[in-house]
Design a protein around this ligand. Structure first.
Ligand code: AMP
Length: 179
């Protein structure tokens, strides 16, 4: 198994959820045992020696890999969810999406300043969602944050956008946005 083979298995769905979007469908890489194992093994290797105490997944496709990764790293799993979904007291960050504002939340006691946090999502596009997630985690006083995605959409400059905010991002693979 190689990254190239894995990339071949990502399904591109044109015009979903609306015209002009090339949707990268990861259901075709998580349903294959060898792809799933490969991704989890690679992610575990990348973060094994970092002392990660919490893996934070971003709703909703960030929830797929993050708990398995947390188990391998001996860390806990923490969800960042869309507004109104978490039951206990939350803090939130709002950010600009294509149409209007989006708000994400985290439980206010989910992380503490001494945590070493890995934030994970499936896809890095413009980087807006990830920046909001990092801001949310920073609000809880966390100093040590790693950022990871399965797929970076090349051409949208998400990594550069995040770098401007002092955030270094690592992705498992890059796929051309129009590929
Ligand atoms: P962004 O905030 O622009 O970086 O968008 C990232 C979020 O939107 C991630 O949670 C992705 O799951 C989703 N997303 C954005 N573009 C795509 C795409 N072309 N295919 C699949 N998911 C996408």
């Amino acid at each position: 198994m190689t990254i190239e083979q894995l990339k071949q298995d990502v399904r591109n769905v044109p015009d979903f959820p609306k015209k002009g979007i090339q949707f990268k469908d990861i259901t075709t890489i998580i349903d294959k045992p060898e792809d799933l194992r490969f991704m989890i093994d690679r992610l575990t290797e990348m973060y094994r020696d970092k002392g990660i105490t919490k893996v934070v997944g971003i709703e909703s496709r960030g929830f797929i890999m993050a708990p398995a990764l947390a188990v391998n790293l001996g860390a806990g799993f923490v969800p960042i969810r869309k507004h109104g979904k978490l039951p206990y007291e939350t803090i939130e960050v709002s950010y600009e999406k294509e149409y209007g504002l989006d708000t994400i939340q985290i439980h206010k006691d989910a992380l503490s300043p001494d945590d070493i946090v890995l934030i994970h999502d499936d896809i890095l596009a413009t980087g807006g969602s990830m920046l909001a997630a990092v801001e949310l985690v920073r609000k809880l006083g966390v100093k040590h944050i790693y950022v990871n995605c399965l797929i970076e959409l090349i051409g949208l400059n998400g990594q550069q956008f995040l770098a401007k905010h002092g955030i270094e991002t690592e992705c498992l693979m890059g796929i051309e946005v129009d590929e």
